[in-house]
Design a protein around this ligand. Sequence first.
Ligand code: NAD
Length: 415
Amino acid sequence: MSKMNPYEMFLKQVDEAVPYLNVEQEFIDVLKEPKEVLEVTIPLRLEDGTVKVVKGWRSHHNNALGPYKGGVRYHPNVSKDEVMALSAWMSIKCATAMLPYGGGKGGVRIAPRELSKAELERLSRGYALAIARFMGTDIDIPAPDVYTNPQVMSWFLDTYEKVKGWNEPSCYTGKPLELGGSLGRGDATARGGMYVLREALKEVGLYGKPLTAIIQGYGNAGSNAHGLYSEIGLTVVAASDSKGGTYNPKGLNYEELMKHKKVSGTVADFPGGERLTNEEVLEIRADVLIPAALEGVINEANAAKVNAKVVLELANGPTTPEADAILEEAGTLVVPDVLANSGGVTVSCFEWIQGRTGDFWTEKTVHEKLDERLTHAFHEIWKIKKQQGIRMRQAAYVRAMGRIIAAMRFRGIWP
Ligand code: NAD
């Protein structure tokens, strides 16, 4: 598989938007580098008494619009370049959703499923301690990403607050409700994607029709999408996770698939579907393909085999620039990650606001505010796409980079 370095992907995406932006090159040059990247080493004491040395990173890409914001990923393939790319995509995403944030991201190179709960807690506290001097409600605010969750956020926050000696709940988002989390954060990424997809389907004349969908990656983003998207007429016919996929042209039952995944740990051997490989899942004919796992899965090698009218990128960076061009040629609309999955960081922002004010909102309020914000962002981007005759990703970058650079221009280049 021709997988691209994710940071090179980001640079290429910037270059593809630059011709449509009327800005000084010096700001583009600044945006092409993260401001700072902290590399940490965490000595992890395992249950057998030995020590495993674990590497981690926290990247600060740009903070012209506000404090750095972005999740922490635990995965055995995490690299510095991946964390840098994810932080840069966060800068674009936060500007796309008009949030008062810049872009940050963290990663730890570990397979969390191989750890006991006590080991996972020690690792999480070790990482939070190592990055504590880089964090703060007005400095950098982490959240969950692949293989991290509200429990991990709780250990992060507790460690941070004990090191600092004060309570500061808005330094971490994606927390459990008991620690100051927000209603509606759990399914926010999928829900935001649903609002954006609804608008996209209206624009391409598919809204209101019965539609089929494929979900690649059945974690927080992907499984919640399965649960929610029947609201906008989607029937999920195929789903996959790291162990493989399952397919049923009549539709996969959400409750049964969730129950099965909980017991067996995978969707692959679901009795209500036919087993497929991860590659086969991406090639099934369906109206909407929803990548919700990792970067680079739709690339030069397989893009021509994608058989969908719309790609909704709930994952970060699932489509390489080469694949973008192939999909455009085929008439497939790609709704880019920086818009499609921005519901997660948007509700994280709501959690940050609620934590700072002590004024907690109802779930209905969270959903309404999320819908309003993302519907607005979608139409701004759609307008630029139509006016300039460019892809949605280019239009999103034009809008986001324009906003970040406008703030940088007022600040000036200093020191
Ligand atoms: P998660 O850990 O909850 O789920 C990840 C899923 O991907 C798991 O089901 C895993 O089995 C599956 N997976 C891993 N490798 C795979 C492969 N090769 N093929 C198919 N499936 C594979 O993670 P998540 O939080 O749902 O994040 C998924 C994606 O969404 C990531 O790209 C993440 O950056 C992005 N995202 C998440 C959030 C959020 O709030 N959680 C917000 C924005 C974007």
